[in-house]
Design a protein around this ligand. Structure first.
Ligand SMILES: Nc1ncnc2c1ncn2[C@@H]1O[C@H](COP(=O)(O)OP(=O)(O)OP(=O)(O)O)[C@@H](O)[C@H]1O
Length: 244
């Protein structure tokens, strides 16, 4: 039986000012799985995320997200997707609760369990304190809460564990796994923390200079590189040669 794909790109290309940043990028993300997106700084991960969300238009090629074309159906895609891209922006003078409420109104979502969502991301007892008083990690947690609160089908998270302490990283890992395994969400996330991607991802995509070099499971990496993810990453992004 064919597996449903939540995300598929075909020869996706994006050029900025004559510079080809995304080049014939072909990726496939199966529904209900966690896909870890790896690549060096500047490889193009955030650009791919923006193309999937319809926030950028491809120069060539196509992205299909939840069965829809990223350009023609970008509003519908945005409705059914939760995302955390770059530094999240909030209404600074308002509380976490109020920020989420405004987001729900904007998304026209019937969801009302704001308190539960705040608890799920570990924002207990933040009460009426304004977001301007939040630490970096608290802002990241609120960004994740905003991405999940309207019950999306797809989560696109750009470096979601940035700024989180070890407890927060473990909590978010548990949350993402629960959302994928129990609620069937598809999660596409990037991180530079290889061990985190290894622990959480069902499948890993390696982006280098705008193209997908390989899509592979953590299990396959373990078999091919018993020395670990770091050696795998160094080798694959260095043309198959290990950088000593
Ligand atoms: N709006 C833009 N205009 C011009 N160049 C851009 C624009 N957005 C991204 N780029 C360039 O595209 C390349 C890829 O950037 P991108 O942010 O997608 O990489 P990344 O893989 O997410 O990097 P990092 O891991 O450092 O976050 C970089 O060279 C960047 O300078």
């Amino acid at each position: 039986m064919a597996t449903a794909l939540a995300v598929q790109t075909k020869n996706l290309c994006k050029t900025f000012n004559g510079k080809e940043v995304i080049k014939n990028c072909n990726m496939s993300v199966e529904s209900g799985t966690i896909y870890g997106f790896l690549g060096k700084n500047g490889a193009g991960k955030t650009t791919v995320f923006k193309l999937l969300l319809g926030l950028l238009k491809p120069t060539m090629g196509q992205a299909t997200v939840l069965g829809m074309d990223s350009v023609q159906n970008n509003l519908e895609i945005l409705k059914r997707t939760g995302s955390l891209i770059e530094t999240p922006v909030f209404y600074e003078h308002l509380s976490a609760f109020d920020n989420l409420q405004i987001h729900l109104e904007y998304m026209n979502s019937p969801c009302t369990d704001i308190k539960d969502t705040l608890e799920a991301v570990g924002l207990f007892n933040v009460g009426t304190q304004p977001v301007s008083a939040f630490s970096l990690g608290m802002r990241q947690r609120l960004g994740i809460a905003r991405a999940i609160i309207h019950r999306p089908d797809l989560l696109i998270l750009d470096e979601p564990i940035n700024g989180l302490d070890p407890v927060g990283i473990r909590e978010m890992r548990g949350l993402f796994k629960r959302l994928a395994n129990q609620e069937g969400l598809t999660i596409l996330l990037s991180s530079h923390i290889l061990s985190e991607i290894e622990q959480i991802a069902d499948r890993i995509g390696i982006l280098a200079e705008g193209s997908i070099l390989q899509e592979i499971s953590p299990q396959e990496i373990k078999e091919k590189y018993p020395s670990g993810m770091e050696d795998y990453f160094m080798s694959i992004t260095n043309g198959g040669v290990l950088n000593e």
